[in-house]
Design a protein around this ligand. Structure first.
Ligand code: PGA
Length: 250
């Protein structure tokens, strides 16, 4: 059975006050239904989030160093994330790719670090609007999956999650239709199968303007195993509704 996961990526938003207001109610109300709820705050608030979460929700980092340790001012290693109780690390988010020049090669190095530290890597992939309009969406996403996860093997696949986030849907209010998202998730699963991964056991999440009102249709699709939520993860009620948006029999 694949894990159902809803992860809230706060991006560079938040404060001690927000942690206090948000995390307690999320950890009290988001649970049940076998859904793994993950809060991914700015790293500096990680221990604060863990404290308010009281073990009810998992925590994650938005980014990690491609190196293990040493003279890399400003970087945070995967080992440190594990030391602080993190379970997940986002790799290759489109904002990292677009604003910080993160390549597939760098993403692959980061995935290696995450897996070597025993944590779960959440590799984010997705095409731009230009690429979609040029009919290249599937090939772009397939290449990101192949390159980002090139070094993964054997048991490590159990600690890999893929998040499909079309760049044109992130923070724009535009979401892929449930059918379009499902089609891409199936393509991703086929790519994983081609890489000798246990493709039916790897959770593939959808991200990009997921809200309480569109989550049920997305999560009802057979290959969509949850969501990576940006803006809506900063509102307790909205995020809790998304965590509960899976079909009853799923
Ligand atoms: P959004 O962001 O939900 O605000 O579109 C999603 C993401 O970037 O992970």
């Amino acid at each position: 059975m694949r894990r159902k996961i809803v992860a809230g990526n706060w991006k560079m938003n938040g404060s001690k006050d927000l942690v206090k207001r948000l995390v307690g109610s999320i950890s009290e109300q988001s649970g049940s239904g076998g859904v793994e709820v993950v809060i991914v705050p700015p790293a500096i608030y990680l221990s604060e989030v863990a404290e308010f979460a009281g073990g009810e929700v998992a925590t994650g980092l938005q980014n990690v160093s491609q190196w293990q340790a040493g003279a890399y001012t400003g970087e945070i290693s995967a080992g440190m994330a594990r030391d602080m109780g993190c379970a997940y690390i986002l790799v290759g988010h489109s904002e990292r790719r677009q604003l910080f020049g993160e390549t597939d090669g760098v993403a692959a190095e980061k995935v290696k670090q995450v897996l070597a530290s025993g944590l779960t890597a959440m590799l984010c992939v997705g095409e731009t609007l230009e690429e979609r309009e040029a009919g290249e969406a599937v090939s772009v996403v397939a290449a990101q999956v192949r390159k980002g996860l090139a070094s993964v093997s054997g048991d490590q696949w159990r600690r890999v999650v893929v998040a499909y986030e079309p760049v044109w849907a992130i923070g724009t209010g535009k979401t892929a239709t449930a059918a379009d998202a499902q089609a891409m998730h199936l393509e991703i699963r086929n790519v994983l199968a081609g890489m000798k991964a246990p493709a039916n056991e790897v959770s593939v999440l959808y991200g990009g303007s997921v809200k309480a009102d569109n989550a049920p249709a997305l999560f009802a699709e057979p290959d969509i195993d949850g969501g990576l939520i940006g803006g809506a993860s900063l509102k307790a009620e909205e995020f809790i509704s998304i965590c509960r948006a899976f079909p009853a029999d799923a």
